[in-house]
Ligand binder design. Structure first.
Ligand code: UDX
Length: 450
């Protein structure tokens, strides 16, 4: 690209690991297509600028206090972030546009657009007043993103009255979720949810398009619905993990010692266990998981992130279990899933983890904890049928049984076969002329047209 024709894109991720990773991947993808990248980010959970020397990083104040950064309530966290960031973001973007406008013609680099996470809800007025086109990056699956606006209208009280097996029925308002999933998703703290989701919907609807790291091969029906609902250009550019890994955007230090440990294990023998960056569990639940892993007799790699367990971590037990498996605080997940020794992924079903697992063809055991994870788990276990669902039975015998069944049983065999086919379909999608590849071409054209 000629210097005078270069275009710059401004990216603005929400500061949690599951949202930073897809945004940095998108940055890498757009950079590979000739765009310059500026990433505006909060002070809280700031990405490591030194890992991406080709991008420009600009930090803004977010107004969060220390205690606010450790809240368990994500809607509250995102609401506070939106409140605290609006003015600093507006000032930062205004300066950036002024600076670009004042450059000499020779060095001029046009700012094409802003791409922000769907969770930033003040961006509509800021971008509009600065006459900057705006695209929304959706960090969830397309299915969850399109349907989750219905959640505040669901009457939790009615679901609370459900008896026994009724809880296993599919929720008509939000299939393929079960009624019991809805109950857990809605939780108790709901006051902030409705206004927040309504504004996300409006902010998305008034944008110039939606980008998603999914593809037709994973969510064809939902993609068609999304096109109808939003009446906007939709860019399902696919999970491009092999070409654009997310490891460089890790907020935690990755313990690389697990790779030489994996090198010593047999092919497809290890169960990798990780619950992402937000899930929390009790000490008792961790103990059950640890014993379930140990009793399964499969070697395991367990990630016990700082903050995963409410209460003290049973160190003695974990040390004892270290003989059968390996325990780390944070793993280089994509490298792990790619490793020939890994044969299964016991996961919380965050969207990034699910697509990374599909891209590497690793079958899953599903244990969702919050929000979209419940829908992702239903897709894995019931729509694509490339994993087993633990149905929240965090009990050592159940875990042992699920692992044995995945690694040694007939069901596991069928799941592996289906996962192989799904992996191949997704691989084709991101290759030249695949649906995700074409969608990326359209996105590049769309941004260039601004
Ligand atoms: C959050 C939400 O919890 C999730 O439901 C939503 O879909 C995205 O945002 P998180 O819980 O962190 O994400 O899960 P996930 O989406 O799976 O993202 C975790 C990322 O961290 C993945 O890219 C994964 O590769 C990485 N990771 C995780 C590591 O690099 N090492 C680990 O040990 C664990």
């Amino acid at each position: 690209m000629e210097k005078s024709n270069r275009r710059r894109v401004i990216l603005f991720p929400l500061p949690v690991q599951g949202c930073i990773n897809p945004m940095i991947q998108l940055a890498k993808i757009l950079h590979s297509r000739g765009f310059s990248i500026t990433l505006i980010h909060t002070r809280f959970n700031a990405p490591k600028a030194s890992s991406h020397p080709l991008f420009t990083f600009l930090q803004i104040q977010d107004g969060l206090s220390e205690t606010e950064t450790i809240t368990d309530d994500n809607t509250l966290l995102f609401t506070l972030l939106n409140r605290g960031c609006e003015t600093p973001f507006r000032e930062c973007l205004t300066k950036l546009l002024q600076y670009t406008d004042s450059e000499t013609e020779e060095h001029k680099e046009k700012i094409s657009c802003l791409i922000h996470d769907s969770g930033w809800i003040f961006t509509e007025s800021v971008a509009k007043s600065l006459k900057l086109p705006r695209l929304v990056l959706n960090g969830y699956s397309i299915s969850f993103f399109c349907s989750h606006f219905v959640l505040p209208s669901i009457r939790r009280e009615e679901y609370l009255l459900l008896q026994g097996s009724e809880k296993d029925d599919q929720a008509q308002e939000f299939p393929p979720l079960r009624k019991k999933d809805i109950l857990r998703i809605l939780g108790e703290k709901r006051e902030l949810l409705e206004p927040y989701l309504n504004t996300i919907f409006q902010t998305t609807k008034s944008s110039s398009g939606i980008i998603s790291m999914s593809c037709e091969e994973l969510e064809q029906d939902s993609l068609s619905h999304a096109r109808e609902d939003f009446k906007l250009p939709m860019f399902a550019i696919g999970p491009s993990h092999s070409n654009f890994p997310a490891s460089s955007s890790s907020l935690f230090t990755q313990d690389e010692t697990c790779i030489p440990w994996l090198d010593k294990q047999q092919d497809k023998s290890v169960i990798y266990v990780s619950f992402g960056s937000l899930a929390k569990m009790s000490r008792t639940e961790l103990i059950e998981i640890a014993w379930g892993l140990s009793n399964s007799d499969q070697p395991f790699l367990l990630v016990v992130r700082v903050g995963l367990v409410n209460g003290t971590i049973p160190q003695e037990l974990l040390e004892r279990l270290n003989e059968k498996g390996k325990i780390v605080k944070w793993a280089p997940q994509q490298e792990v899933l790619k490793h020939r020794a890994v044969g299964g992924f016991f996961t919380h079903n965050g969207w990034n983890s699910v697509v990374e697992s599909v891209c590497e063809g690793v079958p899953m055991i599903c244990l969702p904890f919050i929000w979209d994870q419940f829908l992702n788990a239903r897709f894995v276990s019931e729509v694509w049928r490339v994993g087993m669902h633990l149905e929240n039975r965090i009990e050592r015998n159940e875990i042992e049984r699920a692992i044995r069944s995945l690694f040694l049983g007939n069901e596991g065999e069928a799941i592996r076969e289906r996962m192989k086919l799904l992996k191949e379909k997704v691989e084709r999608s991101v290759k030249q002329n695949g649906s995700a590849y074409r969608s990326l071409d359209h996105l590049v054209d769309h941004i260039s047209s601004f």
